[in-house]
Design a protein around this ligand. Structure first.
Ligand SMILES: [Zn+2]
Length: 166
């Protein structure tokens, strides 16, 4: 049989402000820190960037299209649950993830101690192997709102394949 695959990669990017009295949740993992991220659901900036990248491979729109911040149902949800729903949506369109690469951009806390746990969590939710997920972290070397610890950003790129014979 003729194997006829289409492959796509798509990006997602997100930013959230850091506030006191909030839990810091990144990639579905709670990280001990004096501040946490404010905004949509639990403010999980990495998971939101990943959701947008995954929606991008199926050209479905962005996180606000499916999980609008104006809908109170999403305020108390964990973003990682929205990620799980997102994967089902793109699978339904015939797209299956093959690789995910992402970078967290934060001045502090240091992410290196948490990367393995984040990768394990994301791997179990999006159902691709641990080795097919790359999560990195960088800082802005003190520059701008991230350098002042006023916010954290994340960028992600998802790659997916679709079997055109299906
Ligand atoms: Zn967000």
């Amino acid at each position: 049989m003729n194997r006829n695959f289409s492959s796509r990669s798509a990006i997602g990017i997100d930013f959230h402000p850091l506030k006191t009295s909030k839990k810091l949740i990144i990639g579905g993992v709670q990280i001990p820190f004096a501040k946490g991220l404010d905004g949509h659901s639990d403010g999980d900036v990495l998971t939101h960037a990943i959701i947008d990248s995954i929606l991008g491979v199926a050209a479905l729109g962005d996180i606000g299209t499916f999980f609008p911040d104006s809908n109170p149902n999403y305020h108390k949800k964990y973003s990682i649950d929205l990620l799980s729903e997102t994967v089902k949506m793109v699978n339904h369109k015939g797209w299956y993830l093959t690789f995910l690469d992402a970078t967290i951009i934060a001045e502090s806390p240091k992410m290196s101690d948490h990367i393995k746990k984040i990768k394990t969590t994301i791997s179990s939710v999006i159902k691709i192997n641990y080795d097919e997920i790359s999560i990195k972290a960088t800082s802005t070397n003190g520059l701008g709102f991230i350098g002042k610890q006023e916010g954290i950003a994340a960028i992600a790129i998802a790659t997916a394949e679709k079997n055109l014979n299906d």
